[in-house]
Design a protein around this ligand. Structure first.
Ligand code: PKZ
Length: 153
């Protein structure tokens, strides 16, 4: 898949800057830091769908296509793939935007990582809590995203 010719899928849920403290010994940004941004970004969308507390239950299909570097603007896009009774499955993409003028890369923008995270709506005792009935069993293949009544898409 050529990620460089595509556009981000989903809504922008998080935007931050990769800092020197986020680097691994090779000078690239830690994969774990990127996964953490994905967890928070996907969690924001999941919490909006759940209208309440959520926890992460699964992260899968993570692919690191390219490294991120210090100074990159890191943008997290998320879209809901499906919901169950209490679960919410979110596809997440991390894109970087180059804002420094080194190496003729200024303004470039491309996907570096994608993954699928699943969250579960929980009550205050951390037990699964059913989503509101109208938000259960959403399927992005067959349902309009407006079914989830998000504040913006
Ligand atoms: C001051 C506060 C301000 C807040 C301001 C808002 C902030 C907004 C942004 C938040 C951004 C943070 C995002 C980070 C969130 C964490 O970091 S959470 C910390 C890490 N996660 C955890 O600690 C969770 C630990 N796990 C658990 O507690 C339990 O396993 C769970 C998740 C409650 C599930 O309990 P369970 O008894 O296994 O539940 P079970 O009935 O079997 O299954 C429930 C559902 O989960 C699904 N499921 C279970 N296992 C799996 C699996 N492996 N894969 C996929 N689905 C699964 C089931 O299929 C089922 O789905 P439905 O059929 O209901 O749709």
């Amino acid at each position: 898949m050529n990620k460089e010719t595509e556009s981000p899928k989903g809504q922008l849920v998080l935007r931050t800057l990769a800092m020197p403290s986020d680097t691994n010994p090779h000078g690239h940004i830690f994969g774990g830091w990127i996964m953490s941004q994905m967890d928070v970004g996907g969690g924001i969308l999941a919490q909006e769908i759940a209208r309440g507390r959520i926890v992460t239950v699964n992260a899968s299909s993570i692919t690191f296509h390219k490294p991120a570097m210090v100074g990159d603007v890191v943008c997290c896009y998320a879209r809901c793939l499906k919901t169950g009774t209490s679960s919410i499955t979110i596809a997440i993409e991390i894109w970087v935007k180059k804002i420094s003028d080194s190496g003729n890369s200024l303004g470039q923008r491309y996907c570096i990582t994608d993954a699928i995270y699943t969250y579960v709506s929980v009550d205050k005792h951390n037990k699964p809590r059913p989503l509101a009935e109208q938000f259960q069993n959403f399927n992005c293949e067959t349902d309009d995203i407006s079914k989830l009544a998000l504040s913006h898409t």
